[in-house]
Design a protein around this ligand. Sequence first.
Ligand SMILES: C[S@@+](CC[C@H](N)C(=O)[O-])C[C@H]1O[C@@H](n2cnc3c(N)ncnc32)[C@H](O)[C@@H]1O
Length: 298
Amino acid sequence: MCYLQNQYPESRYAKLIRRLNEVSPKDGWFTEHYGGDRNGGSALQPSGLKKPWQIHNTRKLDGIRHEIDRLALSPLERAVALSSLILALDRVDNTIGHFVFYLNTWSARSYNDLVLEVPKVFVTDRPNEVTRKDVFDICGADVDLAYFDPPYGSNNEKMPPSHVRYASYYHLWTTVCLNDCPDLFGKAKRCCDSSDRIAGSVFEEFKSNERSGRFLAVEALERLIKATSARWVILSYSSGGRGTAEDINRVLTECGTLVDVVKLDYQRNVMAGMKWTHEWLCKTESPHHEFLFLIDKS
Ligand SMILES: C[S@@+](CC[C@H](N)C(=O)[O-])C[C@H]1O[C@@H](n2cnc3c(N)ncnc32)[C@H](O)[C@@H]1O
């Protein structure tokens, strides 16, 4: 919403963000559960738990999050404030990007102060809609192009399925948005809603369909693309995902014509076009790569 429904220039939010930066730090729920002392460089606390932020920053988080709820913000201002807070927390965290476990030694950035900045918003005059519905409930929408970026699951049989779920990776961002002080469990203090029993997505399903022998996650992808009304579909998928290259290729060819494939190399931050569309099948070797597939369903 912060980006897709914004109608104002960045300057419109400068006062709000300045005000949030000036809020007094305080001890609150986030500090109690996620704030750690420096301990001469070790993020391991006397409790035996490692922490995702240093305490000076969770105290700011507690103050700012309380202030966001206290201010009478419009839904758009609230979205901008929360996005700004999440981006700022990300800049000072002690993680490798998710919240399933935390680093042993405080990261260099975790010593910095939490400072909010106005997100790089752009003005849109389009009546964009933002929704959090299940994708199967909205894939019939009347649009030209549907872009799907589903969770990939993992093809690493040794990794517990719970460790590759988005809900467990990013539970803390959900908690920052909701500010609902959820019940927590485990060493990383995950919110209870991100537990294995509750938070799975069919796209992360590890099991196979007993009758067809195909992965349930792959069958779900096929069902989704077939049910999609849009003529053009872009699907992103990782070569380290649950479905093998052959599985995904079968889905793509069953659902329409594969028009183009782009391979993304995050380390080098480049995109490579494929000379011929099925070339990607030979390019799925380690390390994992992400592919964008353009499918014409007509
Ligand atoms: C790879 S992430 C997408 C990340 C996104 N492109 C971004 O840049 O933030 C996969 C997302 O799909 C969502 N998801 C999983 N199953 C879903 C479903 N059935 N309906 C809607 N969203 C779903 C997950 O919650 C997760 O946010």
